[in-house]
Design a protein around this ligand. Structure first.
Ligand SMILES: C[S@@+](CC[C@H](N)C(=O)[O-])C[C@H]1O[C@@H](n2cnc3c(N)ncnc32)[C@H](O)[C@@H]1O
Length: 280
């Protein structure tokens, strides 16, 4: 018998994963799509009944406001993972994996170990939906149901993570939800667990916290309205990695997304982009 999914949390950070799934549904439907994520629709359909009309409309509208940039970022991370694997990373750790399905949809070698770290309530929803669709990962997938503010590395190790293999660590929108001290604790754990050649990708940008769409996001997640708390790695993330045994390099967002041919989605600010840290 197929297990019924636990309802997706309709508030709190785990719910934000659904917003990104909506972005991937929209991209998948485009004839000129940059990637295809057919399972995103399955998550959205399973989640819809948990929301009332008003809350669902707000979520869909917000996903639309973030769509242009966020969908390019999904494609960017797809390519970043492919490059990391080509460079010898044998393990991938998605921090705050949400409803991501790269372990199912990317053309990865079978031998890659793919770890998804997220909160237990997220996986209580995600796993039964995957099972109901008989989704088969292309590589070895490990669910790490743990809070990044706690001893998640213990759960990661119990799932078979190896410190002797180069790892690609992906933060695709979770560290910004952690208090600064916890975000740096995650970076320190990743550093301790990283074999030479491991990679950690981080964004270099300032969230315009006062913009209406960020305010609406905070309200939907039900953070206290008003000032955004000091979150994530902040502007010192890059120098922290450089000081802790990582070689860092920077690529501007506009250069990264230019090959994807989506005019209008460019930022125009050459200081905004992606920092790649490679463990020495
Ligand atoms: C904006 S979503 C991004 C999800 C996914 N990376 C994507 O791009 O589709 C943020 C994710 O971080 C997870 N998250 C937030 N706080 C967390 C924590 N303390 N520990 C583990 N995961 C957390 C949420 O459950 C959610 O799935």
């Amino acid at each position: 018998m197929t297990e019924l999914p636990a309802p997706i949390p309709t508030a709190g950070v785990a719910m934000t994963a659904l917003g990104v799934a909506l972005v991937r549904v929209r991209e998948t439907a485009r004839p000129d799509r940059l990637y295809a994520d057919p399972l995103a629709e399955a998550f959205v359909a399973a989640a819809r009944p948990a929301f009332d009309e008003e809350r669902w409309s707000r979520l869909v509208e917000l996903a639309g406001q973030f769509y242009d940039g966020r969908t390019l970022a999904v494609k960017g991370v797809d390519d970043h993972i492919r490059e990391a694997v080509a460079a010898g990373c044998a393990q991938i750790v998605l921090l705050g994996a949400g409803l991501d399905t790269r372990a199912f949809r990317l053309d990865l070698p079978r031998g890659i170990a793919f770890f998804e770290v997220d909160l237990p309530e997220l996986f209580a929803f995600k796993e039964p939906v995957l099972a109901a669709h008989r989704a088969q990962p292309v590589c070895t997938r490990h669910v790490v149901a743990a809070d990044l503010r706690g001893d998640w590395d213990r759960v990661l190790s119990a799932q078979g993570f190896r410190t002797d293999l180069p790892t690609a660590w992906i933060d695709e929108g979770v560290l910004g939800y952690l208090p600064r001290v916890d975000a740096y604790a995650v970076a320190a754990v990743a550093t301790r667990l990283s074999a030479p050649g491991s990679r950690f990708g981080l964004g270099r940008f300032q969230v315009a916290a006062a913009e209406p769409r960020y305010r609406a996001l905070r309200e939907l997640v039900q953070e206290a309205p008003g000032e955004r708390p000091v979150n994530g790695l902040g502007p010192d993330g890059e120098s922290w990695f450089a000081a802790h045994g990582w070689q860092t390099s920077f690529r501007a967002w506009d250069d990264l997304v230019a090959p994807y041919g989506r005019p209008g989605a460019m930022g125009g600010d050459p200081t905004v982009g992606h920092v790649l840290a490679v463990r020495e």
